[in-house]
Design a protein around this ligand. Structure first.
Ligand code: URA
Length: 230
């Protein structure tokens, strides 16, 4: 089989990504870097991306969970239920969370065993928006949107947050799009105005939207189309 077809058949790469991987010479077949999309891949060829073998190991798995309140985004916790407790799947130990949510934050949580794919979804460099519905204790002022768009200085990390977009949905409810996932980022952004976030819900991560048919605590596997969009 042609190497470009072999790669496009994997759920984690779309055709454009495959073209780029080949141009950037990040693919090797049997130890030799290849850029020719016609290069032949045989049944026992060893195909790597960035030195990582693609065929070896278990199949890649991808899930979206509607995270309910009251569980931690961790794979193990001594005191609290974890988000993995909601999954009825084998070999949960090999799964990780692509973009954590706080204990009482609800909404879209993506869980996978594919590290390269999840990095694309979460890395600030890929600039995929993470979209949150935010309820606050006080009214949201007219000055918030410009402040968030300009970026806020976070002293602890010594960085300025990337431009974020705020859309008011009501006096105390808004939709916020951010491209990073800094620690407690949304709460800290509203905290800048001494405005406490009382309810936080993630609606979307890049192309992945929380399936409206999933009740809190329910999950489903991502479709091949969803996996390829990331
Ligand atoms: N920002 C927060 O403050 N909490 C979350 O759970 C997610 C983003």
């Amino acid at each position: 089989m042609r190497v470009d077809r072999f790669l496009s058949n994997l759920p984690r790469f779309n055709r454009q990504q495959v073209r780029l991987l080949l141009v950037e010479r990040r693919i090797s077949v049997d130890g030799v870097a290849v850029s020719d999309p016609h290069h032949d891949v045989r049944e026992f060829s060893r195909v790597c991306v960035d030195g990582q073998v693609l065929q070896a190991g278990r199949p890649a798995r991808y899930f979206m969970l509607h995270k309910p309140k009251g569980c931690v985004s961790a794979t193990a916790d001594a005191r609290h239920p974890t988000v993995l407790d909601w999954l009825d799947e084998p070999d949960k130990g090999e799964l990780h969370i692509a973009g954590r949510l706080d204990f009482n934050t609800t909404g879209l949580l993506v869980i996978t065993n594919d590290g390269q794919w999840s990095r694309r979804l979460t890395q600030p460099q890929t600039k995929l928006p993470k979209v949150y519905r935010v309820h606050t204790q006080q009214d949201i002022g007219p000055e918030y949107a410009a402040t968030f768009a300009a970026g806020l200085y976070f002293a602890f990390e010594d960085l300025t947050t990337q431009p974020a977009e705020l859309v008011l949905l009501g006096p105390r409810i808004a939709r916020l799009s951010i491209v990073e996932g800094r620690y407690h980022q949304v709460k800290r952004m509203f905290g800048h105005f001494d405005n406490k976030v009382i309810d936080l819900h993630r609606e979307r991560m890049g192309p992945l939207e929380l399936d409206a048919t999933l009740a809190p605590g329910e999950y489903r596997a991502l479709t091949d189309a969803e996996i390829r969009q990331v």
